[in-house]
Design a protein around this ligand. Structure first.
Ligand SMILES: Nc1ncnc2c1ncn2[C@@H]1O[C@H](COP(=O)(O)OP(=O)(O)OP(=O)(O)O)[C@@H](O)[C@H]1O
Ligand SMILES: [Mg+2]
Length: 237
């Protein structure tokens, strides 16, 4: 049995709508699943059910109302509860253990694509030159024209930005990888590259939690599906 690297249990989340008099909008409850090394667990269910929200909770972007989110800490080898809301623990785990490819790249002004990709490798302790060299290799593999490597991604096309985002998320050997529709705006050739990169991560023992709207990609990468409709707090309300 492969070790479990991500374990979510009893997680509930509602949004407080400040612009609507602080009304509580429940989204999910009783969220529970595990992802083991070498697994790609795909979150499914209709639009608005809470798939992206679950990824953001697991990455520590959204706080949770209750529950436990245990992430394998590569530094200590222990499972640590990221759901407890300790911001230092969240930053620590992001540096060492948990990577996230969001649906859209949040570009930092004036930082080149190459440095956006190299940054998590530097944070994880790699030297500047090897990190930039590895970043260049990843961007090349994803067919990002060399002329763009040294430019900030702010003006890139949707698919170019997404490839920078993917390169950044895949740059480190973090044990847990979160993917929110990474192939959504890619052409067939680059989709193939990403499917291959996912396969390599799985072979290396990474635990992947992802969302894939593209049925063909999902069929090829998913080792298991988790239907988020089962956790919807709206049906129950
Ligand atoms: N920051 C937020 N504030 C308020 N409501 C939010 C916030 N983020 C998400 N929601 C709400 O939570 C629900 C779930 O959204 P989420 O983005 O997780 O859905 P999804 O399953 O990823 O949908 P899609 O397949 O369309 O991407 C939606 O009703 C959304 O409006
Ligand atoms: Mg979504």
């Amino acid at each position: 049995m492969s070790p479990v690297l991500l374990s979510v249990s009893g997680v509930a989340k509602s949004f407080r709508m400040h612009l609507r008099g602080g009304v509580e909008l429940p989204v999910v409850q009783g969220v529970a699943f595990e992802v083991a090394a070498g697994e790609c667990v795909v979150l499914g269910g209709p639009s608005g059910v809470g798939k992206s929200s679950i990824l953001r909770m697991v990455y520590g972007n959204y706080g949770i109302d209750r529950g436990i989110i245990l992430v394998h800490d590569r530094d200590s080898g222990a499972m640590r509860d990221l759901g407890a809301g300790d911001p230092r623990l969240v930053l620590d785990l992001r540096r060492s253990s948990i990577a996230y490819v969001s649906q859209f790249l949040r570009a930092v002004p004036r930082v080149s694509a190459l440095d956006v990709v190299a940054e998590p490798m530097l944070a994880a302790g790699l030297g500047r030159e090897p990190a930039r060299e590895a970043a260049r290799g990843l961007l090349r593999r994803l067919n990002l024209p060399a002329a763009l490597h040294d430019l900030p991604p702010a003006t890139f096309s949707g698919g170019e930005k997404q490839r920078v985002n993917i390169a950044r998320g895949f740059a480190t050997g973090h044990p847990v990888l979160l993917l929110d529709e990474p192939t959504a705006s890619l052409d067939a050739e680059n989709r193939e590259v990403v499917v291959a990169m996912i396969g390599e991560k799985l072979a290396a023992g990474t635990a992947i939690l992802g969302i894939f709207h593209d049925d063909v990609v999902r069929e090829r990468v998913a080792t298991r599906l988790v239907d988020v409709s089962h956790f919807s707090a709206r049906q129950a309300a």
